[in-house]
Ligand binder design. Structure first.
Ligand SMILES: *Cc1c(COP(=O)(O)O)cnc(C)c1O
Length: 469
C-alpha cells in the first residue's frame, strides 16, 4: 500500500473526528455565514506528485475553499427552491458514503441497498398519500426524474403505433402538450431527441394563473384527431406555485389516450399537509410523477425520485435496459435498478431520505411544509405593507414572487437584487413573470423562522435606502 494511504488508514479516527469538528463549526455558524460570496479561487492548482494525506487536504480545504462557501443550507437562502439538510439526512448521507454500496439488484449479494431503496419509496408513497400502483427509484434531481419519466413516456408513445423507439430511434412526431413547463422538462425533451422546440403550448387560466386552461387543453387534444400525446403538467410552478387541475385532467384521461406526467418537484409536498393537500387531489391518476428530495424534504443535494405506474414497467425496461450485460438475466424476474433508470452504478442514494423519514415522520414534514407556507405569507404581508414593493402573484403555497413597485422601477430590479444578495444576509433569485422583471423568494428550509423574516424585511428596506430608490 502506498505509504500516504497507509498513514491515512492508521489515522482514520482522527481524520473523521477532525472532519466532523469542521463540519460542526460550519453548521453551528450557519446564521453568520454569508449567503453569497464574490471571492473566487484560482482553479489552476497543480496536482502534487506526493500526496499530502487527508489532514493536510483538510487544512487546505479549510484555508482555501471553505471560506468561499455560502450558507445555502441556512435559513435565509431563498434562491431557486432549495432546502437545507436536516441532522438525520446528514447522518444518512455520511453513512451512504461510509458503507459505499452499489445500489442495483435485489437478488445479488449486497442487495439490501436496493431493498432499502424499495422501502424508502414505499415510505414516500405513504407520506404523499399515493397508491402502491406506482414504483419508484432515486435519481440525482428533478431534471433527471423528468428525464426518466419522459423517457418512458416516449417509449409508450412509440408503442401506440407498434414502434420501439429505444431500439430503432424516433420515427414519429411525438406530440407533447404543456402549459407552464419547468425549464428542465424542455431540456429533457432535447436530451431525449424529441427536440426542445417540439411541444405545443396550452393557454393558462386567465387572471394571473400559471395553471393549464382545461378547455384550451381539450381543444388542442381534439386537433390531434385521436392521436396519442404526452401531457406535461405542473404541481407547483416555480414562480407562483400554481397547480394544474388534476381532477379535471383525470376526467380527460377517461376520454383520450395520453401519457400524463406531473412535475411535482417541490409542490408534491403539499400532499403532506391537511391544509394544502387539496392542491394535489387527483394526482394519483398520473402515469408518472417527478419529486425532488433536495428541496422540501430537506436532504443534501442529488436526491430526487420518479414514480411511474407499475403497469408501464415493460416500457420502462425497454427504455433503460442495460442489454449489453446479458449475465444480468431477465430484468423482470431479477429486478435490477440499472434496467429501469438512467444510471448503472449508484450510491445508496435512498439512505438520507430513509433517515429523514424515519426520524421526522409525517408530522415533521407536515410542520416543515406548513411553517414554510406561513412564513411565505408573513413575508408577502410585509411586502404589501411596504410602499416600495408589489406582489406579482398571490401566495398559493411557499413562493413569493414580487418586484419593485411601479413600471418606472423595472430598470432598477436587477441592481436592487444584486445589491440585496451582495449584502450576504439573504439570497433570492431573479425571475420574469407576466412581462415584468421580478424577484422570487422560496421558503422551503426547515430552519427558517419568523425572526429570519424580520431580518429579511430589514435587509430589503436598507437596500432600498442604500440605493436611494
Ligand atoms: C427545481 C425544479 C426542477 C429541477 O430540479 P433539479 O433538482 O434542479 O434537477 C424541475 N421542476 C420543478 C418544478 C422544479 O422546481
Amino acid at each position: 500500500m502506498n505509504s500516504v494511504l497507509q498513514n491515512d488508514l492508521n489515522d482514520l479516527e482522527n481524520i473523521l473526528n477532525q472532519t466532523k469538528q469542521h463540519g460542526l463549526s460550519f453548521l453551528n455558524n450557519l446564521e453568520n455565514i454569508p449567503t453569497s460570496n464574490k471571492n473566487r479561487i484560482d482553479p489552476t492548482r497543480v496536482l502534487n506528485e506526493l500526496g499530502l494525506g487527508s489532514l493536510a487536504a483538510l487544512e487546505e480545504f479549510k484555508e482555501r475553499l471553505a471560506p468561499l462557501m455560502v450558507a445555502s443550507p441556512g435559513p435565509r437562502y431563498l434562491g431557486f427552491v432549495t432546502g437545507g439538510s436536516t441532522p438525520a439526512s446528514i447522518a444518512g448521507d455520511w453513512l451512504a458514503s461510509v458503507y459505499d454500496q452499489n445500489t442495483q439488484a435485489i437478488k445479488t449479494q449486497g442487495g439490501v441497498s436496493a431493498l432499502i431503496e424499495f422501502e424508502t419509496i414505499n415510505l414516500l408513497l405513504q407520506l404523499l398519500n399515493l397508491p402502491e400502483s406506482f414504483s419508484g427509484g432515486f435519481v440525482t434531481g428533478a431534471t433527471m426524474s423528468n428525464f426518466t419519466c419522459l423517457g418512458v413516456a416516449r417509449q409508450w408513445f412509440g408503442a401506440q403505433s407498434g414502434k420501439d423507439f429505444a431500439k430503432n430511434g424516433i420515427s414519429e412526431t411525438i406530440n407533447i402538450l404543456t402549459a407552464t413547463p419547468h425549464s428542465s422538462s424542455i431540456k429533457t425533451i432535447a436530451m431525449l431527441g424529441i427536440g426542445s422546440n417540439n411541444y405545443t403550448t396550452i393557454k393558462t387560466i386567465e387572471g394571473n394563473r400559471e395553471a393549464i386552461d382545461i378547455a384550451d387543453l381539450e381543444k388542442n387534444i381534439q386537433h390531434l384527431n385521436g392521436k396519442p400525446f404526452i401531457l406535461i403538467s405542473s404541481a407547483g410552478t416555480v414562480n407562483t406555485a400554481d397547480f394544474d387541475d388534476f381532477e379535471a385532467i383525470s376526467k380527460l384521461k377517461e376520454k383520450y389516450k395520453f401519457w400524463w406526467h406531473i412535475d411535482a418537484a417541490f409542490g408534491g409536498f403539499a400532499a403532506v399537509s391537511e391544509k394544502f393537500k387539496h392542491l394535489t387531489d387527483g394526482w394519483e391518476g398520473a402515469d408518472s410523477i417527478t419529486i425532488d428530495c433536495h428541496k422540501w424534504l430537506n436532504v443534501p443535494y442529488e436526491s430526487a425520485f420518479y414514480l411511474i405506474k407499475k403497469e408501464h414497467i415493460n416500457h420502462q425496461v425497454d427504455t433503460f435496459q442495460n442489454s449489453n450485460a446479458p449475465y444480468l438475466g431477465n430484468a423482470l424476474e431479477n429486478f435490477n435498478y440499472l434496467n429501469v433508470l438512467p444510471e448503472n452504478s449508484r450510491r445508496l442514494r435512498a439512505l438520507p431520505v430513509w433517515f429523514s423519514l424515519v426520524a421526522y415522520g409525517k408530522e415533521g414534514y407536515q410542520d416543515i411544509v406548513e411553517n414554510s407556507a406561513a412564513l411565505a405569507l408573513h413575508f408577502a404581508n410585509a411586502l404589501i405593507e411596504d410602499d416600495n414593493f408589489e406582489l406579482l402573484a398571490p401566495i398559493r403555497l411557499n413562493n413569493v414572487c414580487f418586484t419593485l413597485k411601479g413600471d418606472h422601477n423595472q430598470e432598477n430590479v436587477s441592481q436592487f437584487l444584486t445589491e440585496l444578495n451582495d449584502r450576504g444576509k439573504v439570497f433570492m433569485t431573479p425571475t420574469f413573470y407576466e412581462g415584468r422583471k421580478g424577484i422570487r423568494a422560496s421558503f422551503v428550509n426547515w430552519r427558517t423562522t419568523e425572526n429570519d423574516v424580520k431580518i429579511i424585511v430589514k435587509e430589503l428596506k436598507e437596500t432600498i435606502s442604500d440605493l436611494d430608490l
